[in-house]
Every structure is written in structure tokens, then in C-alpha cells.
Design a protein around this ligand. Sequence first.
Ligand code: UD1
Ligand code: PEP
Length: 442
Amino acid sequence: MEKIIVRGGHQLNGTVKVEGAKNAVLPVIAASLIASEGKSIIKDVPVLADVYTINEVLRNMNADVHFDNNTVVVDASKKLETEAPFEYVRKMRASVLVLGPLLARYGHAKVAMPGGCAIGSRPIDLHLKGFEAMGAHVHVGNGFVEANVDGRLKGAKIYLDMPSVGATENIMMAASLADGKTTIENCAKEPEIVDLANFLNKMGAKIVGAGTETIRIEGVEKLRGIEHPIIPDRVEAGTFMVAAAITGGNVLIDNVETEHLRSVISKLEEMNVSIKEEGEGVRVIGPKELQATDIKTLPHPGFPTDMQSQMMALMLSANGTSVITETVFENRFMHVEEFRRMNAKMKIEGRSVIIEGPSELQGAEVAATDLRAAAALILAGLRADGYTRVTELKHLDRGYVNLAEKLAALGADITRVNDDGDVVKPFVHVEKADDEIIAELS
Ligand SMILES: CC(=O)N[C@H]1[C@@H](OP(=O)(O)OP(=O)(O)OC[C@H]2O[C@@H](n3ccc(=O)[nH]c3=O)[C@H](O)[C@@H]2O)O[C@H](CO)[C@@H](O)[C@@H]1O
Ligand SMILES: C=C(OP(=O)(O)O)C(=O)O
């Protein structure tokens, strides 16, 4: 089993570049299934396990997919299969995002039901209600969800009980090819929704209002492949901001859209971290003493749940009592037990965690419980006394490109090793054939 070994106590200095956003590229690749003509050329794609997984989902449906040089090219113009089996959905919930495009284009889609995961139960009822409102028959049984429609989907007025990112994306993709107008109210406003709408509009869709709480879509008869660059990853950027802050370092983080990170920047500033825009990025300087603060996760533009565990790592080193309240996912505190192994002083009360800082963090063997927890444990390791060994790196590889190597380049004492203690490169090597990589992921 591979692990990352960090020895704390090194200030980070230098420049690091942020990759394209995982949560933007996955829906965009899924949306490329909708193009019945031409190729979709998706640029600035991060080399992540999740990207290989979604590419495999598409290949399995008979689409031609090539991934090289941070570019994914999808040709979905052939007749496609309309099913996604459990082996992919199990690895990555975002596989359900093929439902909307397939249903809209072929009138049929069948995808394994995603189960819960380490952060909560994560149902897809809002996606399905949206499809039903557009005239689809949805059947859930034998571990699959199957949706059918005779002819085209019909435009509809859809109100989401909560602003689900995935439901907004799935419905927006389906409505792009529906007959008539669709309105999605109380929809998600995340930057990744805007990126997907921009991609679809370039393909010929008619979508207005993405980034606000009402999206209006006028369906068109067909969409064609086009070229599109992916927005920078705001969560990776936020993770490096915390890395600079927790080590009292001075790091220029390049390729950052500060507008997407307002809530994170504002909280870091409350903790005495200095953040200044510089060129296409931000310079982050950690203070001598971090100040405690409180955060509550909320849909965008509120504080993102995907930065909750990294901020928890930072709060452990802050002076005073900090409170984190998680409102987006019901169970995203699995990392608390792992932090406790590092001598963290904190307790869970309902949906909140109370952190009495500063904790004298000690290196320990810890296991990543989900993707962001993996990053958070590494961040805590940058500060802790002695060696921290982080296992279960399959979570990390879903969403971070070369995190250990990027931190090492900034001056961290960090390596990734295999069972024999030999230093390993990250699991993905662009020069390898896709099928070799898939074999490693399985
Ligand atoms: C690939 C991707 O983009 N993943 C992101 C996406 O996940 P994802 O799209 O799965 O998250 P949602 O916004 O849909 O989920 C938010 C909340 O709504 C609930 N819900 C959602 C759909 C539904 O039909 N019924 C329902 O009850 C979920 O259980 C959760 O409690 O947004 C999350 C919230 O910002 C992020 O943490 C994830 O990183
Ligand atoms: C929860 C996350 O992703 P996913 O929805 O793909 O599980 C995440 O990116 O932190």
C-alpha cells in the first residue's frame, strides 16, 4: 500500500500552478456525449483518476475518447450504448452525469444507482424528479436507475428542493435538447455550473442565467462538438492557500480565479493570513499566529464543503476556539478521528465540530477517509512534530495531481513511497497507455 510521508516544520516558499477543475471537467466530459456531430476538444484537463474513470465510462458506451497532453478529445457521433455499469459508478459518483445527455439524445439511459459514500447518503432523487417533470419514465430496481421517454423530452418548470450541483447539471444537459423551454429554480450557482453552461452554449445550446438561482434553457434539436478550456480548480487553489498559511510560508499560487474563492479568502483573512492578487494568481503569506474563526459550509457562494477538512487542519493550529458547521453533507466529519490520532483537541456536537486551538500536532499513521480528508491530513502533517504517514491514497488521486511533488517543490519534506519504502511517482503517468492506467486503478 502506497503512503505519503510528511515531516512537519518546513515553511513553504515559491510558486505553484493550479490545474483545471475536477468538478468542472467531469460534467463537461459527460456533456460531450450529447454532441451528435463533430469532436469535443476539452483543454486544461487535470490528469486525475476521476478523469480516467469518466473517459472509460464514455468508451464503454462506444464513444471515441483520447486523453493526452491535458486535452481530452471526444467523438460521440457514432451510435452509442446507453448504459453505465456499477464498476464505474462505484468508483465515482459523477458517472450519474451521463444520465441527462443520454436521455436527451437517445430517449433512454440506464446507470447503476450510486450508493452512499464516506461523506453522506447522497441520493439522486432531485435529478430523477427533474427528468420526470420533462416527461421521462424513471424506474429504479435491481441496483439500476433507468429512464425512458418516447420522442423528445419536453421543456418544464422545475424547482429544486435544494440547490444540488449534480441535479442542476444533469437537468441543464437534458433540457438543452428538450422540446421547448425549461426553467430550473433554486438551482446551484457554483462556478462549475457556469463552465458547463458555457460549454453547452458553445455547442449550440441556449442557456441563460447560469450562476444565478434561475436557469432558463430553450431546447435545440442538436448540438455539435467544440473546443473548450476548463476553469481553474478552486479547491486545489484553496488547499495550497491553507498549505502556505499552516507553515507560515510565502507562496504564489498561479492560475487562480479569486472570484470563485471569495468565501475561502475572507475566512483565511479573518485568521490573519495575508492574501494579495498578483498577476494571474494570489500570493499567500502565513502569519506568525493564526487566529481562530468559525465557518459554516453552504452552497456557493457560501463556504464550500470541499474546503471544510482543509480548514479544519488550519484551525487546529489557530489560537482560540473555532467552530465548523457542516450543512451540505450529513456525515463529512470522518477525518476528525484521524486528526485525533495526531493529538488534535476537538469534539463533534451534532453537525458541528468544536476545535480548541492550538493543538500540539504530532505525526502519526493516519488513513484518508475521502478525497479532501486526504489533503487535510497531509496539511496537518506539514505542521505536526515528526513524521505523519497518510494511507488510502486512492482518495487523493481522484482529485489532486501530484500533490506531494508540488508540496515538495515548495520546500516540504514529503515523499510518496510503496510497500518496500521506495519512492514512487504518482499513479498516473501521461506516457502510459490508458488501459495500463485503468488496470492500476482497478
Ligand atoms: C463531481 C462534483 O461536482 N462533486 C461536487 C458536487 O457533488 P454533488 O453534485 O453530488 O452534490 P450536490 O450538490 O448534489 O449535493 C448537495 C446535497 O444535496 C443532497 N442531494 C443531492 C441531489 C439529490 O438528488 N438529492 C439530494 O438530497 C446531497 O445528498 C447533499 O447533501 O457538489 C458538492 C457540493 O458542493 C461537492 O462537495 C462535490 O465535490
Ligand atoms: C466530494 C467530492 O467529489 P465527488 O462529488 O466527486 O465525490 C470532492 O471533490 O470533494
